[in-house]
Write a protein that binds this ligand. Structure first.
Ligand code: HEC
Length: 179
């Protein structure tokens, strides 16, 4: 059941990604067709093809989030990570995907103990879009979060920039490339 829901949700996201147009404004009917309106404040829609981007790193958050997450980058972001280019160039987009952290009964039956934890239902997806002119007031980054393909609240989007400021030494990006 959970698996079914996850597949459905991912299917929805892929559909959005195929027709949404990155950080560009979309007209209302396109946004409705995509099932993805632009997120508040920064006006970012779900970037096309983000599920096919390269892996930068993975992380696990405990506590209330209790998730597994993957950070992906588009070609411009990946090259900047590889070359250690800071600040990130305009056009770089970083995606953070996350899923609930759940035990796998099937895998654990093989191990004979509680050992295997895998992705459960998707939680939300986040993007950071670099445009040094458009987002000059927030360190050149636009921020967006979507749950089930829909942008989250304006109040939530007010929190992104401030919390990323401690990463100012690497252009507001916490994640480092996995070696
Ligand atoms: C409470 C502080 C906090 C808030 C609020 C926050 N972030 Fe983050 N964000 C982090 C930390 C810390 C990481 C890296 C650690 C991790 O992923 O477990 C991160 C990672 C990310 C990443 C991957 C790139 C990177 O910097 O590592 C993206 C993309 C991202 N956040 C987007 C957002 C967006 C969009 C919002 C607002 C909707 C937001 N964040 C709000 C702390 C925060």
């Amino acid at each position: 059941m959970r698996r079914h829901a996850a597949v459905q949700a991912l299917g929805g996201l892929c559909f959005c990604a195929a027709i949404a147009v990155g950080a560009l404004p979309v007209n209302r009917s396109t946004a409705q067709n995509a099932g993805s309106e632009a997120a508040p404040i920064y006006g970012i829609t779900i970037p096309a093809g983000y599920r096919e981007w390269s892996l930068i790193n993975v992380a696990r958050e405990a506590g209330d989030l209790d998730d597994l997450r993957a950070v992906l980058g588009n070609a411009i972001a990946v090259k900047a990570f590889q070359d250690g280019t800071l600040p990130f160039p305009d056009g770089a987009i970083i995606a953070r995907l996350a899923w609930k952290y759940v035990p796998s009964p099937e895998n654990n039956a093989v191990f004979g103990r509680l050992q295997s934890f895998v992705t459960g239902a998707p939680t939300n997806i986040e993007f950071m879009v670099k445009d040094s002119k458009k987002y000059a007031k927030t360190g050149g980054w636009g921020f967006a979060q979507f749950t089930n393909g829909k942008p989250d609240s304006e109040a939530l989007h007010q929190t992104c920039f401030g919390c990323h400021q401690p990463a100012t030494g690497h252009d507001l990006v916490f994640t480092q490339s996995a070696r």
